[in-house]
Design a protein around this ligand. Structure first.
Ligand SMILES: Cc1cc2nc3c(=O)[nH]c(=O)nc-3n(C[C@H](O)[C@H](O)[C@H](O)COP(=O)(O)OP(=O)(O)OC[C@H]3O[C@@H](n4cnc5c(N)ncnc54)[C@H](O)[C@@H]3O)c2cc1C
Length: 457
């Protein structure tokens, strides 16, 4: 069997590794247009900020682990430019010398990831040396090198998503004065409800980051290949280095050219086996959409943990196993200046938009009993459905335990649990680790006041 995987990121390498493990005799080839496979894009902000010293530390596994130990063929700096679905061939270009070859395949995995929307919004930045948007792991290196140049003092981050938050912390660590400019009225607007966003904003402002919200950026100004300012609806902001983190889109060019069905989210449609509309063609990772387990709707969630699992499922199916990817509940997290922020399921606004009648509680709880040193305040929000008591979502902000508390909610939401299930979930307790009435249990208790004491099973 010949398995061809296009893209050597999280999804592609998971699919290739799983297929090869299940079919040791198969000919498994990964074609990757960059110089790396199995890289951690998520580490880019920390490479920029010197927490991680060298780019090669961002590789999960060395190339030899795949080629020698696992027996996977890897073509680096090669791009798949065309796929003939009926002939089952792929045209590949060696980017080092332009040479073309054709590979045959029996099973094909499209794992081409996502790309920044920056240049489609502001084409002028393509020519500007001091404007950065994430292309690949080397962008982290490039940002660091530019940020450490003499005379580079003011950094402007356009967009306050996860990347914007992480970059802010890392550029402050390099000694820069950082301003974040956000078009919407609150920061991280696509992931967090305003109450949580406001606390987050206060926190990063307390660390010296200037936050300007409600200010869509109209254009970048500058000359001689260098930006000097951005023009927003509320005036001009000068800077020495600019980072653009305004969102990404699925990299569907190849899939579209192949005629694969594109789903309602704009990503490649697949079934729960990660099969596309074409026979023996799979799509995994950021290029593919999937099902939301709370609403049942199609969603596009470009996250590494999802890409890995989709790759595992595609590789398993190719290897002849029964496997399916059920969907996700939308769990994501980041940490900025020691503050962990996490969310899962639906925000209140999303729950309303999906037709639920959401009830929510928001509380500030302590992470440890009052008598234990080292406790801190955590802000927790839980959203439930008024009709059924089903937990729909949660958000938390605080020390690292905010992250695990949201992960507990993620597990319960995945299982379709209710607020009564949350109340009786047997969370462990020990004074150095948590209070006996954990904030999660308190949240359930408060929701039970609204929904009734008795479970509605
Ligand atoms: C700065 C940053 C921080 C992030 N932080 C987090 C985080 O904290 N948590 C989280 O869950 N996720 C995070 N993510 C998202 C996560 O990195 C992605 O979800 C994950 O990398 C998706 O894996 P993938 O295999 O689908 O795509 P990718 O990892 O993007 O890999 C796709 C690969 O395909 C290659 N390719 C594309 N087209 C072709 C072609 N025609 N021929 C050959 N090769 C091709 C590309 O060069 C690329 O290497 C972050 C992403 C970024 C950029």
């Amino acid at each position: 069997v010949k398995v061809l995987v296009v893209g050597g990121g999280a999804g592609g390498m998971a699919a290739a590794s799983r297929a090869k493990r299940l079919m040791p005799d198969a000919d498994v080839t990964v074609v990757e247009k960059s110089n790396w496979v199995s890289f951690a894009l998520c580490g880019i902000p920390y490479l920029a900020g010197c927490t991680i010293k060298r780019l090669d530390q961002l590789l999960h596994y060395k190339l030899e682990v795949f080629t020698k130990k696992r027996g996977i063929n890897i073509l680096l700096q090669h791009e798949v430019v065309d796929v003939d679905v009926s002939a089952r061939t792929a045209r590949i270009v060696d980017l080092r010398n332009g040479k073309e070859t054709t590979l045959e395949w029996d099973k094909l995995v499209i794992a081409t990831g996502a790309r920044s929307r920056a240049t489609s919004i502001w084409p002028e930045i393509e020519e500007m040396d001091n404007v950065f948007y994430i292309k690949h792991i080397d962008t982290g290196d490039a940002i660091r090198r530019y940020a450490l140049r003499p005379g580079v003092e003011k950094a402007v981050i356009v967009g306050s998503g996860y990347v914007g938050m992480e970059m802010a912390e890392n550029l402050v660590a390099l000694g820069l004065k950082v301003t974040i400019v956000e078009a919407m009225d609150t920061i991280v607007p696509n992931a967090l409800d305003p109450e949580i966003s406001r606390d987050l904003q206060a926190h990063i402002e307390s660390k010296g980051v200037k936050v300007i919200t409600g200010s869509p950026v109209r254009e970048f100004r500058g000359d001689k290949g260098r930006a000097s300012s951005i023009v927003t609806d509320n005036g001009e902001i000068e800077g020495d280095i600019f980072i653009v983190g305004v969102g990404i889109e699925p990299n569907t060019a190849l899939a579209r050219a192949m005629g694969l069905r594109i789903g309602e989210t704009g990503a490649v449609w697949t079934d729960d086996k990660m099969m596309t509309s074409a026979e023996d063609v799979f799509a995994v990772g950021d290029v593919a959409e999937h099902k939301d387990l709370v609403t049942g709707r199609r969603v596009w969630r470009p996250f590494a943990q999802i890409a890995n699992k989709m790759g595992y499922v595609a590789g398993s199916v190719i290897g002849g196993r029964e496997a399916s990817f059920p969907g996700s509940v939308g769990t994501s997290a980041f940490k900025v200046f020691d503050l962990a922020v996490a969310r899962t399921g639906l925000t209140r606004r999303e729950a309303e938009a999906a037709g639920f009648k959401p009830v929510e509680v928001e509380l500030a709880g302590s992470t440890k009993p009052h008598y234990m040193p080292g406790g801190s305040e955590i802000k927790l929000k839980v959203v439930a459905d008024e009709d059924t008591g089903r937990i729909l979502g949660g958000q938390a902000l605080g020390d690292d335990s905010a992250f695990w508390r949201v992960n507990v909610l993620a597990g319960l939401i995945t299982a379709g649990a209710t607020v009564w299930d949350l109340f009786f979930t047997d969370l462990g307790y020990a004074p150095p680790l948590s209070p006996v009435w954990d904030p999660l249990v308190v949240a359930a208790r408060l929701l039970m006041r609204k929904l009734g004491e008795k479970p509605r099973y």
